[in-house]
Design a protein. Structure first.
Length: 90
């Protein structure tokens, strides 16, 4: 899956599930998700589950940290990196 597609799918998931569809279009790929309070512990677990189920990438617990979940771009980079490790198989 291309980096652009991964980024778009993560952005769309966050908009639909955590921002009521983002009607004002405020979410950008570099928007600070932790600072905005978009990602809290529950939402992060939901997002990691989505990544595993829909994108087929297992995110190791050690990778669930502020640096990797700072914004859409950093999450997509993590997913792309995990895809290259053993194909990202769960």
């Amino acid at each position: 899956m291309s980096d652009e597609l991964v980024t778009a799918r993560i952005r769309d998931y966050i908009r639909a599930n955590f921002l009521d569809g983002d009607p004002d279009g405020e979410l950008q790929d570099t928007s600070p998700l932790l600072e905005w309070g978009v990602l809290n512990s529950l939402n992060t677990v939901r997002l990691v589950g989505y990544i595993r189920e829909e994108l087929g990438v297992k995110v190791p617990p050690v990778a669930v940290n502020g640096a990797n979940f700072r914004d859409v771009r950093s999450i997509a980079a993590l997913v792309s990196a995990q895809q290259s490790v053993k194909g990202g198989a769960p």
